[in-house]
Write a protein that binds this ligand. Sequence first.
Ligand code: 8YV
Length: 316
Amino acid sequence: MKPEILVMAASPSSAVMAQLDQHFDCHHVWQIPQDERAAFIAGVAPTVRAVATTGQIGIDAALAAQLPKLEIVAVNGIGVDAVDFAALRPRGIAVTNTPGVLTDDVADLAVTLLMSTARRIPALDAYVRAGQWQAKVPLQPSRTLRGKVAGIYGFGRIGQAVAQRLAAFGMDVRYWQPNVKAGVTVPRAASLLALARDSDYLVVCAPGGDATRGQVSADVIEALGAQGTLVNVARGTVVDEAALISALAAGRLGAAGLDVFEAEPVVPAALTALPNVVLTPHVGSLTEETRHAMGQLVVDNLLAHFAGQPLLTPVD
Ligand code: 8YV
């Protein structure tokens, strides 16, 4: 008999979905209308041995409590802030995620957002489409990246990949995170506040969760300042979104490029109304290749678990 698993979301990779169906008895929650999901899960819960979930959905204590036979949670993402470890650890339930395979695409998006805000790409696109070029509507120059300071908050794989890219654009790169990163040449600021104060661009690459909640506070945003730009490809919870919106609206912060938000998929109207922001819908890892690689890691971790083999990418 194949192990029964709950699949919370579909992968865009049909090969990944085919492997899940081949190796496991899948209960595809994502196929069920929202208002019928609770009943669907309750119906299959007693025999479910694994949950395949995403970085955003994770697994909460209530769902874990419903699954008496749960052995493993495989997260299709690097962020595990939506996983309730306190509910899983005492039961010895394993957790895996997908580090490494999404680093480059997420870093690429961070740089794309930084450049789109710096060079005001959405506004210029609208300008051309609206015929303002022919109408000779005057354009203001934007500012060069060369010599500007990019501060990176969170210097794990993604932060370092962003640093590498921005250095290639002639930017002066620094970072801050609570612990010193061994073996890197990029200087570490004294604090997040100091990093923001000394940066033209602050790029958030820190993990979500309680330790980082609201760390990009009103003070940090003010320190970045009227000429500063905030880029966030990590988690919306790391930034005080209300403070961000009021600073952008009042001109106390120059601009923002955001892929993540506090209460996704809800994006406050006060944010979408602002001209000095570039917004994307949490798509850092959303390329065919990366989503396939992430999904493959989910499959391979589940296969390893049920074969009694070591997990490929366990979360400690
Ligand atoms: C995904 C993410 O959007 O890796 C993460 O933590 O947030 C993203 O890569 C998500 O997990 C979808 O599967």
